[in-house]
Write a protein that binds this ligand. Sequence first.
Ligand SMILES: Nc1ncnc2c1ncn2[C@@H]1O[C@H](COP(=O)(O)OP(=O)(O)OP(=O)(O)O)[C@@H](O)[C@H]1O
Ligand SMILES: [Mg+2]
Length: 251
Amino acid sequence: MAKSDVTVPQQLSHPPGPDGDEGDVTVVACLKGGSTKTTSTNYLAFVRALKRKRAKGRQSKVKVLDADTVSQTTHDWFKQAKADGLPYPLDVERYPFEDLGEYLAELRAEGWDVLADIGGGNVTLFHKALPQADRLVVPLSPSNFDTRRLAPTFEEASKVFDEHARGGFAVHILLSRKISDKQSREAREKIAELSFRGEPLPVLDTEVEQLIEYTRQLGKIPKNLDEYTAVWDEMMRREAQRRAAAGVVVQ
Ligand SMILES: Nc1ncnc2c1ncn2[C@@H]1O[C@H](COP(=O)(O)OP(=O)(O)OP(=O)(O)O)[C@@H](O)[C@H]1O
Ligand SMILES: [Mg+2]
């Protein structure tokens, strides 16, 4: 086994789409402000870009859609990095989109891996994006206040589930800005009372700590992707297990 295989967990490939080489769509949303959607979207996109580059040996085709109608922090992040001449590994586009759902489908078919940051509690954009999603990532800080927004988020998700283009999406809840084990344990207990389509809400084992470092990365290329790499890898493992359980052959 090559050394890099030891340090960089190998990604399980996605089932081939009808055109053979489609990208995938990650929708990051939580109908609650300040739940670390933008931070999570960007870090996961950097992780994805790095993995694609390593796997394919060429520039990644990873795009972030800043679908926050109000603050557009993701786009500001990109703009500042570009102004500073940093070799930004992602493509970033910002709201408005003529039709977010159609645009996601188009990008996916063109082979882009897309991460959409649905900001500002925008239910309309959430409804547009979700039917195109391969996965829904709901980041939340394990405080009482954040867990209370989970039920409305999944109520809205249920409304568009049947419109899904390919029969459904994976769900991952990510506890981030974690302050203490006690707090995240309590959050997990509260989340365990909720369900989505008759199943318990899947919370990732991997958690992202509250670190000052995360607040300082705006406009930069983060040097430390360890926690979000672990998040991405766990999501891929869980999805592969789900596909295997559903009898989908992964090539
Ligand atoms: N792991 C972390 N540790 C410490 N601070 C964090 C962490 N993750 C995010 N933050 C900070 O928390 C704040 C909210 O995060 P972020 O902007 O990503 O949330 P958001 O859900 O996109 O918010 P909005 O709803 O306003 O778009 C930001 O100041 C960000 O820098
Ligand atoms: Mg945001």
